[in-house]
Ligand binder design. Structure first.
Ligand code: TYD
Ligand code: MG
Length: 481
C-alpha cells in the first residue's frame, strides 16, 4: 500500500554529535555527551526497522578449558617495519585502521603493502572512494608496481563494494578512505559519524566472516583523532597512526591499539621519490649530524614499544619582556613540559618566569613516556644557562614534583642502544640494588659511565658543564651557580 505523503512520515530530524555520536532531539551549542562545542549536525534518519529475531542454535557457551586454540598463521609482509607494528605480521580477519593527515602517505603505504601481498600470490582488492584508477595507476608506476594481482575499484557505495569483494574473494582488501564510503540506508553524508561508524561495523563483520585481513585508512580531524575520538577505535582490531612533519621526509607508523600485538610499537620509513623506504638504523636518523655536545640539546634513550630509540630533545629559552611568556612543545607532552618548568623554577632556582621556552624533538618524532623528563629538564637548563651537557651524554628519568627522579623500565636495553651509538655517559636515577646488579652485568663498565643522581638539581650539577658565556642581562642569570 502506498502512502500519500511518504516524505513526511518516513524520516525524523535529529542532531548528531560529530565527536561522540550522541543523538539529540534539538540543536544545542554544546554536546551534552562529550561537551564538545558546535559539534551537532542536523541529520535526517529513517525510523528504526524491526529487527529480525535472532535465533540461537549452535552458539552455546563453551568452557574455556575445553576450547580449541585457533591460531591462524600471520602473513608476513615485505616491510619488516610494518610487521613489527602489526605484532609479527598480518592476522587473517583483522581490521586495521591507518589514520593520518592528508598527504602524509597513507595511500602510498597501502599500495606498497598491496604490491607485496600480490607478489606473494594473493589477490588484493584496492577500493578507493577518493581517487580514480588513472591516479592510482600513476602512483603505482612511480612506485615501480606493475599492478598484477591488484584489483582496483573506485566506488564509494559500501554495499556495492562488499558485493564486488564477495565476488572477487581477495586475500587482502584495502579501503581508502573510510570517510568517503557511505551506506544508502544510513543517515548522514559520507564522513559523518553515523556513516563512518556503520561502514566500519559492516567492514568488521565482512572481515571476520571471510577471515580476510582488511586495511582501512582514515583522515584525522583537527583534534588529531579519526572521525571523533573513541567512535572508531573500539570497533577495529588495530589502530595505527602514520605521522611525520611535512618538512621532514621521515614517517612513523605507530600502533596505538592492537588486539594482536603490543601498542606503542613504531615502524620508521623515509618518503623517497620512489615511495616509502624502511629505515634500518632509526636511532641514527633522529640524532642530528653533529655528535659534539651542543647547548640546549640532550639525547634520551627512549623505548618505542619494544624497541629502544635514541631521540634528541632541543630546548631554546629566550627572554620575553613584553607579554606573558610562551611555552611551545613539539613532540613532547605540553602539560609535562609545564610540570618540568615548574620544578626547574621552584626546586632548581632557574628564573624562567620571563622566558619563552620552546622544546622540540628532532626528526618530527613524538615521545610520550615520562622517561624523557630529565632530558627535557637538562635541555632547558642547558639553554638557559648557556651550559653544554658533558661530552657524549644521554639522560634518562622521570621527574617528580619535588625534583626527585624516578626509575624507568628496561634501563639496560636503553643503555645498550646508547653505547651502540657511541654515547659515553648516562645520567639516570639511582637504581635499586637488584636492577643495578642486572644492568652492570649486561654492560661493560668502560663502555659507558653511569651517573646515578637523586634529583634534578644534582643532575644539572653533574650533567652540565659550567656556563661558558655569562648573559648580558644580570637579572636573567639567577640560575647560574
Ligand atoms: P599519499 O599516499 O597520497 O598521502 P595520503 O593518502 O596520506 O593522503 O601521499 C602523498 C604525498 O607523498 C605527496 O605529497 C607526494 C608524496 N610522495 C612521494 O614523495 N613519493 C612517492 O613515491 C609518492 C607515491 C608520493
Ligand atoms: Mg590518500
Amino acid at each position: 500500500m502506498r502512502s500519500n505523503n511518504p516524505g513526511k512520515s518516513k524520516f525524523k530530524i535529529v542532531f548528531i554529535c560529530q565527536q561522540c555520536g550522541k543523538e539529540n532531539p534539538k540543536w544545542l551549542g554544546r554536546c551534552p555527551g562529550c561537551q564538545a562545542w558546535n559539534s551537532l549536525v542536523e541529520t535526517r534518519v529513517a525510523p528504526a526497522r524491526p529487527v529480525a529475531q535472532p535465533h540461537f542454535t549452535a552458539n552455546a557457551p563453551q568452557e574455556l578449558s575445553q576450547a580449541e586454540k585457533r591460531e591462524s598463521p600471520r602473513f608476513s609482509l615485505g616491510f619488516s617495519e610494518v610487521n613489527r607494528v602489526l605484532g609479527g605480521g598480518l592476522v587473517p580477519g583483522s581490521l586495521v585502521l591507518v589514520g593520518g593527515e592528508p598527504g602524509i602517505g597513507k595511500s602510498t603505504l597501502l599500495l606498497q603493502i598491496a604490491a607485496m601481498m600480490a607478489e606473494a600470490g594473493q589477490v588484493v582488492a584496492y577500493v578507493s572512494g577518493e581517487e580514480s584508477i588513472g591516479q592510482v595507476k600513476l602512483r603505482s608506476e612511480r612506485l615501480g608496481i606493475d599492478g598484477k594481482g591488484i584489483y582496483f575499484l573506485s566506488e564509494p557505495d559500501l554495499a556495492a563494494v562488499l558485493e564486488s569483494l564477495d565476488v572477487l574473494s581477495p586475500g587482502l582488501a584495502i579501503i581508502d578512505s573510510i570517510q568517503t564510503m557511505y551506506l544508502e540506508d544510513v543517515a548522514g553524508a559520507p564522513g559523518s559519524i553515523s556513516q563512518v561508524r556503520e561502514c566500519t561495523w559492516r567492514l568488521q563483520r565482512w572481515a571476520k566472516q571471510g577471515n580476510v585481513p582488511l586495511f582501512i585508512t582514515g583522515h584525522v580531524t583537527k583534534e588529531g583523532a579519526i572521525a571523533g575520538p573513541g567512535t572508531l577505535e573500539h570497533i577495529v582490531d588495530a589502530v595505527f597512526y602514520f605521522e611525520g612533519e611535512s618538512s621532514s621526509s621521515y614517517r612513523v607508523l605507530r600502533s596505538v591499539k592492537n588486539r594482536f600485538g603490543s601498542t606503542n610499537e613504531v615502524g620508521i620509513f623515509e618518503m623517497s621519490d620512489k615511495g616509502l623506504i624502511e629505515v634500518g638504523n632509526p636511532s641514527q636518523v633522529f640524532l642530528s649530524a653533529h655528535k659534539d655536545a651542543t647547548i640546549g640539546s640532550v639525547v634520551v634513550p627512549t623505548l618505542q614499544g619494544n624497541r629502544p630509540l635514541l631521540v634528541e630533545i632541543q630546548a631554546l629559552t629566550t627572554i620575553n619582556s613584553f607579554g606573558p611568556p610562551r611555552r611551545i612543545a613539539s613532540g613532547v607532552d605540553f602539560n609535562r613540559l609545564l610540570l618540568i618548568i615548574a620544578v626547574l623554577s621552584k626546586r632548581a632556582g632557574l628564573k624562567l618566569f620571563n622566558q619563552d621556552i620552546i622544546v622540540n624533538v628532532t626528526g618530527g618524532l613524538r615521545v610520550s613516556e615520562p622517561a624523557v623528563d630529565l632530558g627535557i629538564a637538562c635541555a632547558i637548563a642547558s639553554s638557559f644557562r648557556d651550559a653544554r651537557p658533558i661530552e657524549g651524554l644521554v639522560a634518562l628519568g622521570e621527574v617528580g614534583l619535588n625534583g626527585e627522579l624516578r626509575g624507568v623500565s628496561h634501563v639496560e636495553r636503553r643503555i645498550t642502544e646508547a653505547i651502540r651509538l657511541g654515547f659515553r655517559a648516562c645520567l639516570m636515577p639511582e637504581l635499586s640494588s637488584a636492577i643495578s646488579a642486572k644492568v652492570r652485568q649486561s654492560i661493560h663498565s668502560d663502555d659507558i659511565r653511569l651517573i646515578e643522581v637523586g634529583s634534578v638539581m644534582e643532575a644539572l650539577r653533574t650533567g652540565l658543564t659550567r656556563g661558558t658565556r655569562m648573559r648580558s642581562a644580570g637579572s636573567e642569570n639567577g640560575g647560574l651557580e
